[in-house]
Design a protein. Structure first.
Length: 101
């Protein structure tokens, strides 16, 4: 039941915060150089390029980690939902992008 609650919360979060299309910024979009640019994890690797860590990768990491350490079921459901949602973007496997900083 808690996994389902987490999935529902991830759907609400996706609808309210995440962009509908790739290459758009989330509605909550802080910048914290050099790690976060407009709410997205982007790490500069040169003046021209940076490494984009998509949210589906972060959530996949949480799901894999939950196999080895205890993570509450609601977080597992939330991470599962965001993992699946992240795979819907067309640029889901594009990791090296132009440096936006």
């Amino acid at each position: 039941m808690k996994v389902i609650m987490g999935l529902l919360l991830s759907m609400i979060y996706s609808y309210l915060v995440l962009p509908k299309k790739e290459k758009e910024s989330p509605k909550i979009s802080p910048t914290l150089y050099p790690i976060i640019f407009k709410g997205m994890v982007m790490i500069p690797i040169s003046k021209e390029k940076c490494f984009h860590i998509h949210h589906w990768i972060v959530n996949l990491f949480i799901l894999i980690t939950s196999l080895f350490i205890y993570i509450p079921k609601i977080i597992i459901g939330f991470s599962l939902g965001l993992f699946l949602q992240g795979l819907t973007y067309k640029d889901r496997f594009q990791f090296i992008i132009n440096n936006p900083y």
